[in-house]
Design a protein around this ligand. Sequence first.
Ligand SMILES: Cc1cc2nc3c(=O)[nH]c(=O)nc-3n(C[C@H](O)[C@H](O)[C@H](O)COP(=O)(O)O)c2cc1C
Length: 204
Amino acid sequence: MVMEVVIEKKEEKKEKKRKVAWGITGSGDRLVETVEIMKQIKKQYQNEVDIIVYLSKAGDQVVKYYRLADDLKENFDRVWVEINPNSPFLAGQLQLGKFEFLLIAPATSNTVAKISMGIADSLLCNAAIMGLKAFVPFYIMPSDYEEGMIVTKLPNGRDMKLRIRKEDVEHVKKLAGMEDVFILEKPEEIHQVFKKRFNPEEGQ
Ligand SMILES: Cc1cc2nc3c(=O)[nH]c(=O)nc-3n(C[C@H](O)[C@H](O)[C@H](O)COP(=O)(O)O)c2cc1C
């Protein structure tokens, strides 16, 4: 009898958890930092929030290059990999209101450009665009945020200098002007998003 009550309580708690879809694209830039923040947030909000991870095909590949695949699997119960734009059917789940919001971090210049142009031919681009049609908030942290030079870390730990092109930044600006789209500049800002959504007093 007592056991039953305990199990019921556990189930209740599980049901009450709100869900967030966290997409990872094939961006090596700030990937390591982002996964670190993901783990901190998962721990901090473990009673309130269920984070479900979705990797683009390139995301899956790049996560392996950076040796983060096991880390993700060990820390998150569900890690889905893109098969096609509608499989897994994240777009449908977003439209049905199963998630509080979609976050893509880090986001490649490819994914940013496609979403800004309304091209829904990959899992995460489709999810973002279809979710926006159903008023689902969308947060995105583009790898190519500001014009100029950046130094990024290669999978072997070496630094590489890259130019952020104005064409890629223009796509970010176009996204920033869209309703329900929120641009994040750096991984640390993701903490603020969760605070605002799940700890309203602290997130002001
Ligand atoms: C090791 C590695 C690191 C990469 N890093 C980046 C990056 O930081 N930013 C970017 O825009 N593309 C990067 N790419 C290229 C993308 O993975 C590629 O454009 C891919 O088509 C993106 O697909 P997706 O947007 O569906 O994930 C990287 C590729 C590899 C193999």
